[in-house]
Design a protein around this ligand. Sequence first.
Ligand SMILES: Nc1ncnc2c1ncn2[C@@H]1O[C@H](COP(=O)(O)OP(=O)(O)OP(=O)(O)O)[C@@H](O)[C@H]1O
Length: 731
Amino acid sequence: MSRPTQTPDDLNDNTEVSNVVAFPITAEPTTDADEVEDSGALVEIDQADEVEVLDGEIVDEDEGPRAGTLPAELAGPARRELLPIIPAWLADRDQFEATVRWAWTYCHHTARYHAVRVPLYTLKLTAASPRGIGRAVMTWQRWAFDTESRALRQSTIDAADPSAYLALSRQRDNHVRLRLRVSAVTAFLSALGLGVVWLMYPDAMQTVLMWTVVVSIIAFGLLGRREDKPIVKAAVLGQQASKLTPDVVVRAFVGAGLCKEDTPVTFAQPIQREGRGWLAVVDLPYGRHAAQAVGKRDSLASGLNVNPITVFIDPDQVSARRVRLWVSDVDVFAQKPVTSPLAAMEEFDFWQPIPFGLDARDRKVMLPLIWSSLLVGAIPRMGKTFSARIPTAAAALDPYVELFVFNGKGDGAWRAFEKVAVAYGAGVRDQVMELLVTTLRRMVADMNDRFERMAKLPVDVCPEAKLTPAMARNKRLNMPLTVLSIDEVQRYLEHPEYGAEVLALLTDLAKVGPAAGYMLILATQKPDGKVIPDSLRGQLGSRFAMKVMTWQASDTILGAGSYQAGMDASKLSRSHKGVGILLGSDDSELAEQGGQITRTHLLSSADVEVMCDRGRALRSALGLLKGMAAGETPTVETTGSVLDDVANALTAVAGNAAGAHTEVVLARLAEMRPEFYDGWTGSTLAGALKAYGVEPTQVWGTTPEGEKKNRQGYKRDAVVAAQSARIDHAR
Ligand SMILES: Nc1ncnc2c1ncn2[C@@H]1O[C@H](COP(=O)(O)OP(=O)(O)OP(=O)(O)O)[C@@H](O)[C@H]1O
């Protein structure tokens, strides 16, 4: 099925901004190893790369209070055991300031709290002082007359032991005599002191009497206070200035069922300030592990008597039973958003991790996208587009990256990328769908072609059977890093005609594309298993889940089992825009960090616009502006679906037979549309046809060598039936 070539005007929607361009994989790549090695272009470009590509701006791996570099023999777990010589809060300027701020708040608040209550304390002490006087008199009487020994003397009477009784009585008489004398002398001296003051300093008499009364009221008031009604209560502190004490931590862990009172948690180091909160490094009882504590965040928050959003529990690498409990003073995610450092960069090297946001403790969170792909999911208006635009804008700032952008929503949120994108489409009208399918088919074909060509390159050019920075920037090889960003991807995946093929092609790209330099950034507000099945989600190694409604939706984005591991994006607050759980699930650096609650940097539309302008200027200067960005006339060749193509191929190759073998169909497809089907394998085709309900089956047919055999293939009846069903569905 072939449709006429379209012009840009054809592609303009009334309401949506829908621009499409051709996919120009035009340069003739070389596979000649000698040519590649000897190529002056390679040397030239390599050298240029080293000089021109900024790769030092954002790599700041040493985040927060981490140990410095140690000799290799001390690396590994032993390194983590070493506590910093200078405490973190003293070593780091930000931390020091935060600690001083906290101490000031604490002292200031406590002082003011008690100061305004002085009159109340005076009243309470005065009211309690008669009881205090009574208690003082009783205590003096018991002491002076040695009443405590009465029971002892009584026991000697009961035991009819006169000698013991006499000894005790004598001792008591001596005590009483002495104590009465001490009391009388004390009373006399006090009265004498007052008399002397009265005689010698009559003016001071009033002051002395006043202080005597004050001290007496305080002393007798404290003595007379009731246990259940303390006169001075602890200052009622907001969480912002309250202290985290070991007792409270133990209470919380006992309350959460993570330890018992007789085998409580222990502390690996004293509780201390870290950033804008308190850090407790806690060892669980033997047999318990950190993931159990991570899963009990709410219970721990209850035991700590704080809002769960302020509680962060991270496993510590030193031991399976060690956790780092950080309780922030404030809701860190409700703070003013931080502008992305990318906004100020002139250029970016996409091979480096991308600055993505900050964690709860304000440490940078980096997103390495090389060898990986990203899935962003959330309910509407939580910041999906803003988040997905961060790595896409980073790609725009790297002139060596070929960028393709599709926006299923069709609004203008991604329009700035038109300036740099090889292909850009917005909305889901037929023309955009066809461009997307065309793009994806060519990407898959190019990906397969890249692998074949890489296999032929010498080891010193392609050492690990995957793309290197030098290869990606070598114009002759024509294997640039290629980033495909699709917002609201569910709109394309749910398309009645092309959805299945889009799914199959995206899955293929996500599965093997990264090693060939293909990276996907997909965002969706419909993170359910039907729209993004495991087959695709499982291939996307980096995931970012912002607020969703259920833990199942959170698992759909982050992967099965993440809820059990304590990661649940449904617990995030709606008021926290741009906040989500970032998780790596492949072998990337991100995966090593575990799930990180991340507040993404803010990259406004104005910033994106400026970055795209810069990216465009960089590409122009290097002669790397392509496709629509280069003003090329869109030559979108509408394609018909893969189902129609397979039907046509079967008609051509099967003759009177009921069907044809897969390899025969593939060969015919490659003949019909080499630009789409070159490089397709049996599984690519099976994946593309699956959602139409067509599956490969045993077919009796002729092999390319002319032999009659029973092999996997496709039956014409099944394909025709699927075509009719699709037409019925469309009606
Ligand atoms: N990192 C951030 N910090 C603060 N606010 C943010 C952040 N990211 C996004 N927002 C705010 O959230 C709002 C919604 O963002 P965005 O348009 O990306 O959401 P969305 O999930 O893509 O919405 P929709 O589903 O409607 O497309 C933005 O207008 C922005 O003000």
